[in-house]
Design a protein around this ligand. Structure first.
Ligand code: SAH
Length: 229
């Protein structure tokens, strides 16, 4: 799977995407991430990428021409399943959307800055707008990093134990059960007996009950959805 990411601050994306599971996915050839510096397509001597807002108001807007030039250049070499704009007014990213996106081959992600991008870019090119939550970031890079991480780890073969993503929170509308590691007793607190029993069936039942209880108490909205199927 390939991500192309357009940004005015590509450095912001380098560290999150070059460690741990993301790095492993790249090493295995399962994930490719290319960062494109929008400044390279900026206008004039100053490589301008933003401009004043028509109608007045504080904050700059990303100009359409550099973005269009960069997008067209990338589109000439690849067919994108989606051209994504990270934006607080997009659809909220959730596990179901990550699952869906993990089945794609080529995704182009545009990171906004300042007040965002000129609306005409959204009209002409963008096929999917994604928000990572109801708060405002100062740029789309962290949202893009979240997207690549959440989607990238779902590509088959990226996680060591291929089944483990299936048991994460949200995969079945339930939150994950509590987890424990050694020592079996710490600060007077013991690991639940059942987990030491070696009885797989009992352990599975216990985990499922814990998942249900956690979801019911912490996320009644998810629980409702789970119960309704
Ligand atoms: N004026 C805009 C916010 C601009 S913030 C508004 O109120 O909607 C600058 C950029 O950060 C945006 O263009 C977007 O790419 C990114 N961004 C900010 N919050 C985000 C969020 N919750 N999810 C995804 N991207 C976000």
């Amino acid at each position: 799977m390939r991500f192309d990411i357009i940004s005015v601050l590509p450095e912001l994306l380098e560290s999150p995407l070059n460690h741990s599971i993301m790095q492993r996915a790249k090493n295995k050839g399962l994930l490719e991430v290319y960062l494109h510096n929008l400044r390279d397509y900026g206008l004039g001597r100053h490589k301008q990428v933003d401009d004043y807002q028509f109608g007045g108001g504080a904050g700059m807007v990303m100009k359409p021409e550099p973005l269009a030039a960069c997008i067209e250049n990338l589109k000439a070499g690849h067919t994108y399943d989606e051209i994504i704009y990270t934006s607080p007014d997009g659809v909220r990213l959730d596990q179901a959307l990550c699952n869906r996106l993990s089945m794609n081959q080529n995704l182009l992600v545009i990171c906004g800055h300042y007040k965002g991008v000129d609306e005409r870019i959204r009209e002409k090119y963008v096929t999917l707008e994604i928000s990572i939550g109801d708060y405002v970031l100062s740029g789309g890079e962290l949202a893009a990093a979240v997207l690549v991480d959440a989607v990238g780890r779902l590509i088959p073969g990226v996680l060591n134990d291929e089944t483990s993503a299936l048991f994460d929170s949200f995969q079945d509308d339930l939150l994950a059960p509590p987890v424990y590691t050694r020592p079996a007793e710490w600060e007077g607190m013991a690991v639940p007996e059942v987990l030491l029993s070696g009885n797989d069936k009992l352990i599975e039942e216990w985990r499922h009950e814990q998942s249900l209880e956690r979801t019911r108490s912490r996320r009644p909205d998810l629980y409702e959805r789970f119960v309704r199927g």
